[in-house]
Write a protein that binds this ligand. Sequence first.
Ligand code: C5P
Length: 418
Amino acid sequence: MNTMTQTLENKSILLVISGGIAAYKSLELIRLLKKAGCTVRCILTKGGQQFVTPLSVSALCEHEVLTEDTYKMDHIHLSRAADAILIAPASADLLAKMANGLADDLATATLLASDKPALIAPAMNHKMWSHPATQTNIEKLKSYGHQIIGPEEGDMACGEHGIGRMSEPSEILRGIEEQIHRSSLPPFLPSSLPLQGRTALVTSGPTYEPLDPVRFIGNRSSGKQGHAIAAALAAHGASVTLITGPVTLPDPAGVTTIHVETAAEMLTACEKALPVDIAVCAAAVADWSPAEQQDHKIKKRKRGNPPDIALKENPDILKILSNHKNRPALVVGFAAETKNLIENANEKRTRKNCDWILANIVGQTTQKTFGEDRNHVYLITASTNEDWQPMSKHAIATRLTEEIANYFETKAIQDAAE
Ligand code: C5P
């Protein structure tokens, strides 16, 4: 008996088959899983039923297939009862629903109610795969802890060529075997996560600096990048406090979120969150606030003269944290520059005494950054600068988190050697 069969023997697998020509390969996958000793329960979506019949799936898994029409029981039980959840093929539509927490049918409700990460094997046309919407969804799913296998490059059923073919059943079987092996450990496994035991604070969004009870000085920051970083750090095991200015985004799951309005409130909340191992300052803190806040709405003057508004400088939270007596071991800031990106960002890194800067150019291209889903950043440290190429803000969050995990792993090795 080989290791694969040993790992999978007596395991219960929940396989979700969604719509796509690759669904025919899932029949072979069921056969391989059964051969390895698994119990296989299958959810066949409406889309999946366009490509394989409920009868052939039931016959192969030796259990009645679960479809919208046949399954009337508790969808929560389905995911809890499984040792592993596999989605093959995962259509672009199913990925989008999973990434955004939709639960409007049996498959999506079961996946949202799940207590474990899934192994996802996407399959779709190559243009659908490379579309920024799909790529953003994939990065989101990764940041929730799900694992993606494939897709592969090759000829498509539609006659085109590109990346989008579902991985071969044998590859997917290997993937599920690895996942089950890892999770002999409980699901979303704290002990196996690289930042387990680390604490982090992340600032995000804009700050609003009130002029009077109805007006404020603010900016257009959406908080997308900071929130994605907080979620990615948490998904990698860190205990995260997110301190955010006013945004329309939901609080990320598994993160302690503190809502503030002004730079002064953000600073107080950050200092309260200390000590932490990691600080990532992604907030677009307003540089100035009105020197005086009026208790009543400032009235328009009869002659039309606008009021003089005196401003005072706001505290630089990044700089304060970097020079704090409880300084985090790793402090990361952001820099938006209009020219001499590396030079200016490096100067900012030294002046503020932070360790790393994620820098991007603004104003020279059509790139807007604020509110966008994608960005093009450079990681600037004391010794290197790396061009990360344009990618989604979720992908930037995952990559930054991986760099942070590497930093702490290397540091632990060095500390042990001393
Ligand atoms: O000086 P500048 O605003 O370009 O610096 C950007 C970096 O500093 C970002 O990481 C931002 O979150 C942080 N910052 C801060 N407090 C301020 C201004 C900027 O934490 N008052």
